[in-house]
Design a protein around this ligand. Structure first.
Ligand code: FAD
Length: 336
């Protein structure tokens, strides 16, 4: 195989690198570059919550998942509703990425040697595949904190988004929020409330691409993978497992761009529908009742066991939260 440039050493780029090496590609044929994000943990901002799909994906590249699992989350809270969880873990993502990259040097910029194939694994940057006009990027703020006692997993609904507590090792947790209010003060306040009584270790902020798969995924010799291709679930912001799965699909369809796009749409085409819910919610439109099935699918996808109170709450709260904007719309319609 000829020279390959992987741009981005996040989870999609690093996982793809490891898959290629395991399938016999000479590491000398691969150049991987990343200017490295400026966070304390050395990787792009992330809550570190992964579903059970992480386990076989990890084993597939010869790594032991047990090494990375920090905490198995069996029970959580949606605001005050107790929900059962089926197989969500928090993982030591920086250690996982370090192991994926073992023995390979990550350059901070490309050498300039022409590459036959460029993999755009640059996440929200889409540095090689190019910008997308209808992109939907949701801002997120997060802190790693130390509570005085072991924290519980939590999700609290916020206008066009939600805040979270993801327990990590010991008493530590990621406490954060992703929301399309773009009201950074309100978002900070929500995080402060959840982190009450805890000591802050570090903080970061970033965006989640909430657009769904962006076609074409392949343009000329540039192939997009992971979040660069829009492969993250828009309502939940879950992107780690989809990033790894997309890398796997890319390798399986290495010389077949159409097959790769079809495989991504087959697996994650429904992300476009959850992106549409997000658009409707953001624009103050009414969420149709038939979307309830999608909320359920999404809850199951992220590892929640959605009981009826969960579903009603998850569906009704956005409607209640959007009431002020709906009323405002009605008032301005009556005036005109
Ligand atoms: C606050 C927050 C919390 C999240 N929490 C979770 C969670 O709990 N669970 C979950 O599954 N998902 C979560 N996500 C989403 C998840 O982190 C991403 O979807 C996933 O990491 C995408 O992986 P990636 O490798 O495609 O992109 P990234 O992880 O973003 O990696 C992209 C890499 O490309 C590099 N890069 C950028 N520009 C260039 C360039 N020009 N050249 C070379 N390299 C470049 C960056 O430095 C970065 O290292 C969260 C996201 C945010 C913002």
């Amino acid at each position: 195989m000829a020279r390959i440039l992987i741009a981005g050493a996040g989870i999609s780029g690093s996982y793809l690198l490891r898959l290629l090496i395991r399938r016999g590609v000479n590491p000398k044929e691969i150049e991987i570059v990343d200017p490295s994000p400026k966070t304390r943990c050395g990787i792009a901002p992330c809550g570190f919550a992964a579903t059970s799909h992480f386990i076989p994906l990890c084993q597939e590249v010869g790594l032991n998942p047990e090494k990375y699992i920090l905490r198995s989350l069996d029970v959580g809270y949606l605001d005050k509703i107790r929900i059962e969880i089926k197989g969500i873990f928090s993982i030591d993502k920086p250690a996982f990425i370090r192991d994926l990259l073992e023995g390979v040097e990550v350059a901070s910029s490309p050498s300039g040697i022409a590459a036959e194939r460029i993999i755009d694994a640059t996440g929200i940057a889409r540095a090689y595949i190019g910008e997308y006009d209808s992109d939907l990027l949701v801002p997120g703020l997060q802190r790693k904190v130390e509570f005085p006692h072991p924290p519980q997993a939590r999700e609290c609904l916020h206008h066009v988004g939600y805040s979270w507590v993801i327990p990590l090792e010991g008493n530590s947790a990621h406490v954060g929020i992703g929301s399309m209010t773009y009201d950074i003060d309100a978002m900070r306040k929500a995080v402060e409330e959840l982190a009450e009584g805890a000591k802050t270790i570090c903080s970061c902020q970033g965006y989640v691409r909430s657009t769904g798969p962006i076609l074409p995924l392949v343009q000329g010799n540039v192939w997009a993978v992971g979040e660069a291709g829009g492969i993250a679930e828009p309502l939940s912001g879950v992107g780690m497992v989809p990033a790894m799965v997309s890398a796997k699909l890319l390798v399986e369809h290495w010389d077949d761009p159409e097959g790769y796009e079809a495989a991504i749409l087959g697996e994650y085409g429904w992300f476009r529908k959850t992106a549409a819910i997000l658009y409707t919610w953001r624009n103050g439109g009414l969420l149709p009742i038939w979307d309830l099935g999608l909320w359920k699918k999404c809850a199951e996808f992220v590892g929640f066991k959605p009981n009826i109170s969960y579903l009603i709450y998850r569906y009704m709260v956005p409607i209640v939260l959007q009431l002020p904007s709906v009323l405002q719309l009605l008032r301005s319609a009556r005036r005109s």
